[in-house]
Design a protein around this ligand. Structure first.
Ligand code: ZN
Length: 117
């Protein structure tokens, strides 16, 4: 304790030993990071089993799920046609990480003009 400017006692932090150790980056950690970088490019290693997400479209926000290879979206278009622009966008984003049955676009079979967009 020392005397502060106002005459009161203030505590002085003990800075002799704290926070002086540098961070050691172990080679094993570097190996892990390199492996992660490689894995991040090898997307066929990843299989998405389930998805649950919020999709903010231009006009409205929709809840999209994927479970057991089956998509669901809360938008009106999905209710009528069983697929929609949200699923199409997600299929483009996740690509081969999706289960095979979830990669199939209904647009591709039923509406070539939409699939070409
Ligand atoms: Zn939708």
């Amino acid at each position: 304790m020392v005397q502060g400017p106002d005459g009161g006692l203030v505590s002085v932090p003990d800075r002799a030993t704290r926070g002086t150790e540098g961070h050691h980056v172990h080679s094993s950690l570097i190996g892990k990071v390199e492996k992660a970088n490689r894995y991040a490019r090898e997307l066929d290693r990843i299989s998405i089993d389930r998805l649950s997400l919020t999709f903010r479209g231009d006009n409205d926000t929709h809840a999209v799920t994927l479970d057991a290879g089956t998509w669901h979206c809360t938008c009106h278009y999905f209710a009528s046609f069983g697929s929609c622009v949200h699923l199409l966008a997600l299929q483009k984003i996740f690509g081969i990480m999706l289960p095979e049955e979830a990669q199939v676009s209904i647009f591709a079979a039923a509406s070539p003009e939409l699939a070409a967009v």
